[in-house]
Design a protein around this ligand. Structure first.
Ligand SMILES: C[S@@+](CC[C@H](N)C(=O)[O-])C[C@H]1O[C@@H](n2cnc3c(N)ncnc32)[C@H](O)[C@@H]1O
Length: 252
């Protein structure tokens, strides 16, 4: 184990002890441990190597080529949990592996949760996580292929869409640049291009009084608020310093 910690540290892993323990627990024997460790030392995200990401105390299944859910996105789920009425309907757009919807469906058994993403591999993971909780995941470019009955009938739309301004992608850690799809990161020139599409979709989906909770960053938040307002929603910003998280809530 101490050899593995040293190798991980030399490879640049900041939390080498914790990562070694996770790899150790994930491997069924020393041969598998060597294979998993080699992938990690080669720069693959730990979550892709072991097949899950920690999120809100849950293990979300992930796979190579799919965005790894970030801890800060827990704020989207927590705000949505607060805003969703009893027996409400929630749609998570750009769901990736489904972390937000899986957390909501776990915390609130009364909610009906739909999730969608343009990436079929991510949707497969989300569907696997949501099905035992009564939720549904579908492949869809925004809301285009969601069940038509959802239009105007949704209480809360959640989303962590791509919101990194294009010119900043080159400055992201290599794990993200090299192992997560560009489509999951690139938010266009001002970072808010896909967020604007989420707010437009939310206007079609939300019932009157419903809310759309969208993750952003302190650098992009002004453009996110402008996008929500442009879509016709009343925008408010919520932050969680401990998580380093910022969301914009657009209310219909
Ligand atoms: C930053 S990742 C977040 C994934 C997930 N929400 C999470 O927090 O783990 C953004 C996701 O948006 C999806 N996406 C990008 N453009 C999309 C579009 N036009 N329609 C649906 N999903 C899209 C990507 O495939 C990716 O899974």
């Amino acid at each position: 184990m101490s050899d593995l910690v040293t190798q991980l540290r030399e490879a640049g892993c900041v939390f080498a002890e914790e990562e070694a323990a996770i790899l150790f627990a994930a491997a069924s024997d020393t041969t598998e441990l060597d294979l998993l460790a080699a992938r990690r030392i080669d720069g693959e995200p730990l979550e892709h190597v072991v097949g899950w990401a920690g999120f809100a105390g849950l293990r979300i299944p992930v796979a190579p080529g799919v965005f790894v859910p970030r801890r800060r996105t827990e704020l989207v789920a927590r705000v949505a949990q607060r805003l969703a009425p009893d027996l409400g309907t929630v749609v998570d757009l750009c769901c990736g592996a489904g972390a937000i919807g899986i957390a909501l469906a776990t915390w609130r058994e009364d909610l009906t949760v739909f999730a969608s993403d343009i990436d079929p591999v991510a949707v497969e993971l989300a569907a696997r996580g949501l099905a035992p909780l009564g939720g549904t995941a579908v492949v869809s470019n925004m809301d285009a292929d969601l069940p038509p009955g959802l239009a105007g009938a949704v209480d809360v739309v959640t989303s962590c869409p791509p919101y990194v301004p294009t010119r900043q992608i080159a400055m992201m850690p290599h794990e993200a640049r090299d192992h997560e799809p560009r489509r999951a990161l690139d938010g266009g020139r001002d970072g808010a291009r896909v967020q604007a599409r989420v707010f437009d979709a939310a206007v079609r989906l939300l019932a009157p009084g419903g809310a759309c909770v969208v993750e952003t960053s302190e650098h992009v938040v002004d453009a996110t608020v402008a996008a929500a307002t442009h879509a016709g929603l009343a925008a408010a910003v919520e932050e969680d310093e401990a998580l380093g998280a910022v969301v914009v809530v657009g209310t219909r």
